[in-house]
Design a protein around this ligand. Sequence first.
Ligand code: PMP
Length: 371
Amino acid sequence: MSTPAPRLGMTDEAGQRVLRTVRDDVRAIAAYEVHAQAGAIKLDAMESPYGLPEAVRDQVAAAVRAVEFNRYPDSAPAALVAQVREAFGVPSEADLLFGNGSDELIGMLVQATCTPGDVVLTPWPSFVYFDLAARFHHARFVPVPLTEDLQLDLAATIAAIEAHRPKLVFLAMPNNPTGGLWPREAVRAILQAAPGLVVVDEAYQAFTDETWMPRAAQEPNLAVLRTLSKIGLAGLRFGYLAAHPAWIRELNKVRPPYNIDSATLAALSVVLANKPALDEQAARVRAARPALAVALRALPGTTVFDSAGNFLLVRFARGGDAVFQALKARNILVRNFSGAHPLLANCLRISIGSPDENAALLAALNAILTD
Ligand code: PMP
């Protein structure tokens, strides 16, 4: 990539055609941001701080070496489906759908259920891709504001479900970026009220005991979405959806052919055979959470929200933008939500890192906030 891309001025021919051709709403949004900063302590994307153990890497290399790359993949081979069921406690009555990351499954859910103008509803703020996926597929996105203390507003959610009759309700549990878990009775009430499908997105399930997975095929309108991204495999791009077979049968029709590639399939099989190593890493991250929360709360002018995920949302009286920039200047990347939503004013989301990374974060914040 040595040649710089030519600048695309809106006066040249390509620019004019872009203007005439690309959807207004697509041109109006910013692309999903991925931050790169050489040598930075990366606490901005809820990645695991831990890499795969050496022995597992060797097995992955051997498995990928044996892949027949001249052939299209079988993107849901029976042996791997069985391995995923076993590794993640998917009930036998539920069927599974695999996605190239859970992002892809979120898009497929909207595609399969919504015709233009149909509603996708979610408590908000939550994962931004619920909004983007709805818009890309011409659905109407209805965000229901959380309470001031960033909890689910059940009465408002039920009222909005009754008013808008959503095809899809997304419940991220734990919720990104706030870290909260919605009470089981609240989810039950939402399942009862929702006329369409309720997707419980358990991207951060590895860091809590709470799960709806055992109910995945028991409820007529529940689907449970998971990803491997937060347990050390963000680079692998693999998510799965569990639901009653009647849902999976239809959703599978909008899955792009061969959506999971052969290298991922080969690596996944090895990694799942070594799942205890991933569990142990996730447990280490989870175990670090209470002490990090206590230490962050002890800093001047911070409000730390309770989190069941591998991250903490922190409000800074000093100003979220200022603290974000000061951390960045010290080569520590976190996610700035200050301007994202009024409920998140001055809030930064901070992934839980390794002990050294957490210590560096605390030292930096200490210096910034007491300066
Ligand atoms: N769901 C939630 C709630 C998330 O926060 C994320 C990642 N930020 C995802 C889904 C997507 O994860 P992936 O595409 O990496 O599987």
